[in-house]
Structures are given as structure tokens and as C-alpha cells.
Design a protein around this ligand. Structure first.
Ligand SMILES: Cc1cc2nc3c(=O)[nH]c(=O)nc-3n(C[C@H](O)[C@H](O)[C@H](O)COP(=O)(O)OP(=O)(O)OC[C@H]3O[C@@H](n4cnc5c(N)ncnc54)[C@H](O)[C@@H]3O)c2cc1C
Length: 416
């Protein structure tokens, strides 16, 4: 393998590690920098859904009408901390604007292009043995409260039809048979056979780090403090303990990426949608599918070590401490979904989704800063889009043919 140029990747989450591994396979000399162990950020505690056959933006017309009701409900799927509201407002207004139908369809095209190869990229990266051990392609069951189809569900159906995505409506009897123990009040459900999940996000992302090391990449436990452009090209990454230089730097710092870019004049509307999980050990019910409870904004996934109830959205920034009640609420919701469910003491977790108002990540070079590349903003879909994003960004860094059209993910869409 020839090492033509050097690359530094900032961030050892699913996105940074996928990018680094693809870069390594393209012959680059790669170093990943992160103060946390690999997969110690949002990539650790997510719901583990690999939603290759999901192409819906987070803001869709029917859903937006529900937002005011959600905001009044402290147990609802969305909360905004009152003290953080002024900071979040510009992002929220932009998010609402992105919910127009023409934008929703354009965004869904870009999500489809990125998500559809998710399983193939995961398998390519971690290899067939670990893929078989950690990934289940068994389909996802989506459930809703109530009987009639909501406007949001109708838009999601339209998006599936647009992309030829298969889905099967489940009757109450099918549901009881496929998910024994589910509440009889849940009568509206859909099976999306092309989706799946991992039984351990931590082990799956950890496998990316192992593969990277095996294939000659380096991971160092340091924090990047600032990026200094070098005369003649490339950057010096000034970390807490070292000065490291490279021809190319990829910022894949998840929700923390903005802080590294602001000093360079690269402005992006990145927010964090904080989310929670309650890990329920020794569950009395072990479903065979990952379940997305759409009306309540969370999912339930059977994992190693228990049943994980994960999701909901909280706007409170990067510094506020976790809210225990939000995490405990997820255990409560899981017991409402499966009324007979018993389990051991829940383990609670909070993580920071890196989110843009249009649901799409930024992927690719910064035109005004040669050698600087971006790979963050995957919001609710990083476990799905992380590996295909790494494949795209590595191709752009290595100046190889892009596997998909990179235009929809360009930072230029924000005028940066
Ligand atoms: C509750 C919840 C449920 C979710 N469920 C799903 C799901 O089911 N399916 C799905 O596809 N997605 C899901 N997601 C989203 C997914 O987890 C994220 O999109 C994804 O993990 C983001 O990956 P990342 O690599 O960009 O960020 P992270 O995993 O957060 O990694 C970023 C890394 O950058 C490092 N970093 C930050 N600053 C610096 C610096 N200055 N120097 C060096 N390193 C730095 C951090 O330490 C961190 O390790 C969920 C998220 C949450 C919170």
C-alpha cells in the first residue's frame, strides 16, 4: 500500500472511524485524534438501528403540527430547556422551514442515496464475521398510537413509494404474533423489512477502531484545541499535548465540531439534539425486532446486556447536565409498550446528536480552506449513514470517483 499523503481525522465516533478506515484503504497515512476511547460519544448509546430503508427527514409536514403539543408535555418526545430556548430558536425556525414538502422530497433523495448502502459499507468495514455477529437484518417494526393514519405517516408513505422501499402494514393479530406481549392498545404498525439493528453499537464502532489499527492506522488520545493552516497547504492540529501536521484534516467531532470551525470562519448551523437511553437488564420480554414507537419518539432494541429504550429529543446545549427524569421516562414508555415487562435496575445514558436543520450531514471539502474536510451532522441517523459517509469523504480526500453525488451534503448550502 503506498502512503501518498497524510490525513488526520478529528473524532473517533462512527463517522470519524469509518472515514479513517476508508482513507487507510485508499493508501493514506491516517491518524485519528480523540480524547475519549473509540465510540465514547453519541456512537456509544444510540438505539442501534441501521435504517438503510429509511429516507424521511426529521421535519415533515404532519409532524410539525404536533410540535406545539409536544412542547407542552414534559413527558413528550421533544423538550426545549427554557434557558436554552433563545439559543435554539434560529435553528428551530430553520428546521420548520425545511419541513416544506419540496424540501422534504429533495432531502429524502439525499438521505436515500446515503443510507441505502449502509449494510454493505458496515460489512465492508468490519468484515463478514463481526458483521454476522453484531448486525441483524431482521427488519424494523414501526408503531403508532391511535387508529387513523396521521399526516406524518402519509408523508413517510409517499417517501417510501418515491424510492421503491418495501413496507408491510401489520394487523393487530400479526403484531401480537410478531411481538408477543405488546400492548393491545397498539393497533397501527408497519414492518420495514430492509431495516435492521446492531446488538451492540459500542462493539460495532469499537470494531472499526480495531480494524483501523490492524490495517496500519493510528489512534491517539488527545484533544484538538485549534487548527492552524500551514503555508504551502495542509494544517497543524494543535492538541493538548502535541502539534501534528497533515496534508488533509477531516473534522468528524460530532456535536463538538462547530467549536473547531468557528475560529477558521467556517460557520455552520449545528445544534445538538440531546437524546437518552435506559438500558433494561434481564428483560422478561425479548423482541425479535427493533421497534420504533413513532408517536413517542423513541425506539426499543434487543441488545447484548438487555433491552435498550432510546431516543427523544432535548434542546439544552452541550453543557447542561443530563436530566434523570428524561432517561427514566424511556423505561416507563418501554413498560407501557410491553405491559408485562420486568427488568433489572436500568442504566441511564445521555448523548449528543450532532444535527443540522435539514437532517443532512456536511460531507466533503471546505472550498475556502484547502486541505480541510467535514464529516459531521448525522443527527438521528449516524449509525446508518456513518459508514457510507466515510466512504464518500475518503473518496473526496483521495480525489477518487465519488460513490454518490456529493452536492447535497456540501457545506456550501449554508453559505460557508
Ligand atoms: C439517544 C440516541 C439514539 C440514537 N439512535 C440512533 C439509531 O438508532 N440509528 C442511527 O443511525 N443513529 C442513531 N443515533 C444517532 C447517532 O448515534 C449519531 O448520529 C452518531 O453517533 C454520530 O456519530 P459521530 O461520529 O458524528 O459523533 P460521536 O459519536 O459523538 O463522536 C464524535 C467524537 O468527536 C470527539 N471530539 C469532539 N471534539 C474533539 C476535539 N476537539 N478533538 C478530538 N476529538 C473530539 C468526541 O470526543 C467524540 O468521541 C442516536 C443518537 C442518540 C443520542
Amino acid at each position: 500500500m503506498s502512503t501518498e499523503t497524510t490525513a488526520i481525522v478529528l473524532g473517533a465516533g462512527v463517522v470519524g472511524l469509518s472515514t479513517a478506515l476508508y482513507l487507510r484503504r485508499a493508501g493514506r497515512d491516517v491518524t485519528v485524534i480523540d480524547p475519549l476511547p473509540p465510540g465514547g460519544g453519541a456512537s456509544f448509546g444510540n438505539a442501534g438501528m441501521i435504517s438503510a430503508d429509511t429516507a424521511s427527514p426529521i421535519a415533515i409536514p404532519g409532524m410539525l403540527r404536533q410540535v406545539p403539543g409536544w412542547l407542552r408535555d414534559r413527558k413528550g418526545p421533544l423538550v426545549v430547556s427554557p434557558s436554552y430556548f433563545p439559543a435554539a430558536l434560529p435553528w428551530l425556525l430553520r428546521w420548520i422551514r425545511e419541513g416544506r414538502m419540496d424540501r422534504v422530497l429533495a432531502i429524502s433523495d439525499a438521505l436515500r442515496a446515503l443510507h441505502k448502502d449502509s449494510f454493505a459499507c458496515w460489512q465492508d468495514l468490519v468484515g463478514p464475521r463481526l458483521f454476522g455477529d453484531l448486525v441483524r437484518r431482521s427488519g424494523q417494526i414501526q408503531v403508532w398510537d391511535g387508529d387513523g393514519e396521521s399526516r406524518g405517516a402519509a408523508v413517510e408513505r409517499l417517501i417510501r413509494e418515491r424510492h421503491g422501499i418495501e413496507a408491510q402494514v401489520l394487523g393487530a393479530d400479526d403484531l401480537q404474533q410478531m411481538l408477543p406481549g405488546i400492548a393491545r392498545s397498539v393497533r397501527r404498525a408497519l414492518l420495514v423489512p430492509g431495516n435492521g439493528y446492531t446488538v451492540s453499537p459500542a462493539r460495532l464502532v469499537g470494531a472499526l477502531a480495531e480494524r483501523l489499527r490492524e490495517e496500519g492506522g493510528t489512534i491517539v488520545a488527545e484533544r484538538a484545541m485549534t487548527l492552524v493552516p500551514r503555508e504551502g497547504g495542509g494544517f497543524m492540529v494543535w492538541t493538548n499535548v502535541a502539534n501534528r501536521t497533515a496534508d488533509h484534516v477531516v473534522v468528524a467531532g460530532g456535536a463538538w465540531s462547530k467549536a473547531l470551525l468557528d475560529p477558521l470562519g467556517v460557520r455552520v448551523p449545528l445544534e445538538t439534539e440531546r437524546g437518552y437511553h435506559a438500558m433494561l437488564p434481564s428483560p422478561s420480554i425479548e423482541p425479535r425486532y427493533t421497534i420504533s414507537y413513532k408517536s413517542r419518539g423513541f425506539g426499543v432494541t434487543p441488545m447484548e446486556g438487555g433491552l435498550r429504550a432510546a431516543g427523544t429529543v432535548e434542546f439544552a446545549g452541550l453543557d447542561a447536565p443530563p436530566d434523570e427524569t428524561r432517561a427514566k421516562l424511556l423505561a416507563e414508555h418501554a413498560r407501557a409498550l410491553f405491559p408485562g415487562l420486568t427488568h433489572g435496575e436500568p442504566r441511564l445514558w445521555m448523548g449528543f446528536r450532532p444535527s443540522f436543520p435539514d437532517t443532512l450531514p456536511v460531507l466533503g471539502p471546505v472550498p475556502s480552506r484547502p486541505g480541510l474536510h467535514l464529516a459531521f451532522g448525522h443527527g438521528h441517523y449516524g449509525m446508518t449513514a456513518g459508514p457510507p459517509s466515510g466512504r464518500l469523504v475518503a473518496a473526496l480526500v483521495a480525489r477518487r470517483p465519488a460513490p454518490i453525488d456529493p452536492a447535497p451534503y456540501s457545506v456550501s448550502r449554508f453559505g460557508a
